[in-house]
Design a protein around this ligand. Structure first.
Ligand code: DCM
Ligand code: DCM
Ligand code: DCM
Ligand code: ZN
Ligand code: ZN
Length: 268
């Protein structure tokens, strides 16, 4: 996701975490405001473009070697490369946040990675290897040349909300929070937490990756790459994608809240 998506995931999570969780993460992140998660949600994207952070670039995705739209699926042993992937990164950085013998610099960085990677794993094209996660599929959106990955990360969320400021993210998060507590997601949200197991972060994250990757076959590439190659996607394609983007941001935020709650329970 772009900054709007990541910050919205973070705000949704802040709306659901327990008081003790908020306290722990405000301390780890040196931020006592209500934006303590949103303010660090895009840090991992800046870090990966620095020399010191290059190692973390593969941690933002898992390149499923499936065959959409015929066959979708994620396998840890097959798809998590030797340089790492988002599933392994969630495992490693979750363990670092919980390790109170580590220094606060390391745990601060780990907390920022966890907030970011739970967002990215819910973007369908971050769980797909085809055409470098859609990066080499050239399309237009509103007449502007871009690529399929960027359309999902940024163009479609920003068209929906009309901007990408922190305030835009906060507003979108309020809408999704209401949908979870009393709206279209109310009957579904409890199931979103099924299978969450802090003792098995790989199984937990793989289930999230599988669920997001399934949308590559149904919604991202329903008729294959050739059907959208060079096409304008601001039309029927956008209309079909929006419900998927909305539910994936909502799920990511709700699950991030529970994941941070479980971490805080284990640490406190
Ligand atoms: N980005 C950045 N610096 C750059 C290029 C991109 O911070 N030089 C950010 C903005 C994009 C985001 O990276 O929206 C995409 O990364 P990801 O989907 O891994 O979060
Ligand atoms: N950004 C974004 N959507 C845009 C333009 C920029 O998410 N349409 C992000 C990418 C950069 C950050 O905002 O990381 C700052 O962008 P800028 O330098 O364009 O203000
Ligand atoms: N990306 C991905 N899968 C890949 C490579 C990259 O999901 N195999 C994502 C990470 C960024 C975006 O695509 O969100 C652009 O990546 P980069 O800036 O590394 O080209
Ligand atoms: Zn991306
Ligand atoms: Zn990322």
């Amino acid at each position: 996701w772009g900054s709007l998506g990541h910050e919205t995931v973070a705000y949704v999570a802040s709306n659901f975490v327990a008081a003790g969780t908020q306290e722990l993460f405000q301390t780890l992140l040196y931020n006592e405001t209500s934006s303590y998660l949103a303010n660090v949600a895009t840090w991992a994207d800046s870090f990966r473009y620095t020399a010191a952070g290059r190692f973390s670039a593969p941690f933002h995705f898992i390149d499923a070697e499936d065959n959409p739209p015929t066959s979708c699926g994620v396998t840890y042993s097959r798809d998590c490369g030797e340089k790492g992937c988002v599933v392994g990164a969630i495992l490693n950085y979750t363990s670092q946040v919980m390790n109170t013998t580590l220094d606060s610099y390391t745990r601060n960085m780990a907390a920022k990675f966890v907030v970011h990677f739970l967002g990215d794993i819910h973007q369908p094209l971050h769980d797909e290897g085809l055409d470098v996660g859609g990066n080499t599929v050239l399309v237009t959106f509103g007449g502007v040349k871009t690529n399929l990955h960027h359309v999902w990360d940024t163009n479609m969320p920003e068209k929906l909300i009309g901007g990408y400021t922190l305030t835009d993210a906060e507003k979108w998060a309020e809408i999704l929070t209401t949908a979870i507590t009393s709206g279209i997601y109310q009957s579904l949200a409890a199931d979103w937490l099924d299978g969450i197991d802090l003792a098995d972060p790989v199984a937990t994250a793989l289930a999230w990756a599988e669920e997001a990757n399934a949308f590559v076959c149904t919604t991202v590439l329903p008729n294959g790459v050739d059907a959208i190659d060079g096409q304008e996607l601001d039309g029927d394609y956008y209309q079909a994608a929006i419900p998927v983007i909305q539910i994936q941001i909502a799920r990511a935020g709700y699950r991030l809240a529970r994941w941070l709650d479980l971490i805080a329970q284990a640490v406190n």
